[in-house]
Design a protein around this ligand. Structure first.
Ligand code: SAH
Length: 248
């Protein structure tokens, strides 16, 4: 087998949401480098591999990105098949783009394997269709956390008519609420905050834009969590109630 680096999405947490391709890559790996949002149960697919934890949650003890990249390069150059296992999808706030570019620039073969991103899984687990005919014509995935702390274009987001799915937002609820309200979003816009999506300890807090921080505080919202903002939140429940009223 050729030396290669696979950048693999481990999905949001539920091991059954792994792709067959991810399982195949794990089965071939000699080295698996695992991020800290990956459910360790997934390692059952690579008992033969050497596992290296390279987690780097914001604010915690972390392995620098440059070190992780050099480590992948070293193992690949020694002829090993390396899997870099990342939470969710490797291309959604997962740095797969820059890692693939860097590794290919060093002559290493790279293959990226999709995973189910936390935003999609979280919404689905909570019965929220991110697009819905007549309600939402699209979905915008975004992070509240930027390297340079630059502001998002809140007005465009508030008025764009798409469902918003925010990653890494737990520490920035005030900024999100203020930005969207100033951008023109209705204060009553429904919000779902979904913690540990797809895991047994998943929790969900329903709120609305104007009450974001106080509801999150009362709920004790903690990372990892995603926020889903838009009229699709609660739309299924409202539809069922309407149907029952009509039927009854
Ligand atoms: N590549 C990942 C995202 C990494 S950024 C993906 O596609 O899902 C890390 C952020 O993802 C967290 O701060 C949180 O907002 C979100 N996240 C990851 N796993 C999650 C989970 N199981 N439940 C809720 N949010 C999650």
């Amino acid at each position: 087998m050729n030396a290669k680096v696979w950048l693999v999405g481990a999905g949001p947490g539920d091991p059954e949401l792994l792709t067959l391709k991810a399982v195949r890559a794990l089965g071939q790996a000699q080295v698996v480098m695992i991020d800290d949002l990956v459910n360790p149960a997934i390692l059952a697919h690579c008992p033969q591999a050497r596992v290296i934890a390279v987690g780097k949650r914001g604010g915690c003890r972390s392995t620098p990105q440059a070190f992780i990249q050099r480590l992948m390069l070293r193992h690949a150059r020694q002829g090993r098949c390396v899997v870099r296992l990342k939470g969710g999808d490797p291309c959604i706030f997962g740095r797969a783009g820059e890692e693939a570019l860097w590794l290919r620039g060093h002559g290493i073969e790279v293959e990226v394997v999709n995973g189910i991103t936390a935003g999609l899984a979280g919404a689905t687990q909570c019965d929220i269709p991110l697009t819905l005919r007549g309600v939402s014509r699209g979905v915008t995935l975004l992070t509240a956390h930027t390297q340079d702390d630059s502001e998002l274009n809140w007005q465009a987001l508030a008025q764009g008519g798409t469902t918003l799915v925010l990653y890494m937002g737990v520490a920035r609820l005030e900024q999100i609420r203020r930005g969207l309200l100033q951008g023109g979003m209705a204060p009553g816009t429904p919000v779902a905050m979904i913690e540990n999506a797809s895991l047994p300890q998943q929790r969900e807090c329903r709120s609305h834009l104007a009450a974001l921080e106080e509801d999150a505080l009362a709920f004790g919202l903690r990372s990892p969590a995603i926020l889903v903002i838009g009229e699709v939140v609660g739309a299924v429940q409202a539809g069922i109630e309407r149907f029952r009223a009509l039927a009854g």
